[in-house]
Design a protein around this ligand. Structure first.
Ligand SMILES: Nc1ncnc2c1ncn2[C@@H]1O[C@H](COP(=O)(O)OP(=O)(O)OP(=O)(O)O)[C@@H](O)[C@H]1O
Ligand SMILES: [Mg+2]
Length: 158
């Protein structure tokens, strides 16, 4: 499915809408070039969960932990380009049944982990500077499957 937004606020509002679709245990992959609105979208999601703090991409810490109506972990893989760094970052710890994991630039860790319940792709629209095209899809990924991938991968690494 695809939506087009025409302003920063509209993308945030779309995030707010999506917050009603995302369920505990879900993992969400946000793809797209720099400045296409991934973080703006996460800000909207957190507004939907009534989070009052700031929502920015983690730069110093690897993952932000937002405690709101729904617990959300927010990661950005732009700096985590290889498997070793991801493992050392302990991303696998953030897959849990009662939280939602949202990862910007998740394609950069595809080699390590590529099973997501939601995949959203952000792109610029030629129509206007402030338009963005967002395509999204839902995938059934069982928690067990997720754990198997993570644990299996971890074991073969050593
Ligand atoms: N329709 C729109 N949707 C989202 N952001 C928009 C839109 N139009 C303009 N913008 C602007 O584009 C920028 C999007 O920035 P944002 O940090 O969300 O991008 P990003 O995809 O997270 O980039 P990065 O890959 O660097 O993390 C903001 O400055 C925002 O105001
Ligand atoms: Mg961002």
């Amino acid at each position: 499915m695809q939506v087009t937004t025409h302003s920063t606020e509209e993308t945030a509002r779309f995030g707010e809408t999506c917050s009603r679709l995302f369920k505990p245990g879900d993992s969400v992959s946000l793809l797209g070039d720099l400045g296409t609105g991934k973080t703006v979208f996460v800000r909207g999601i957190m507004r939907g969960f009534n989070y009052k703090g700031a929502v920015t991409s983690p730069t110093y810490t690897l993952v932000h932990d937002y405690k709101a109506n729904q617990r959300v972990y927010h990661a950005d893989c732009f700096r985590l380009r290889n498997r070793a760094q991801v493992l050392s970052a302990g991303l696998e710890e953030y897959f849990s049944d009662n939280s939602i994991l949202i990862v910007e630039w998740a394609d950069l860790i595809a080699e390590y982990y590529d099973q997501w319940n939601w995949i959203l792709k952000f792109s610029y629209s030629e129509k206007s500077e402030n338009s963005r095209i967002i395509t999204f899809s839902r995938h059934e990924v069982s928690r067990e499957e997720t754990l198997k991938i993570i644990i299996g991968d971890f074991n073969t690494e050593t």
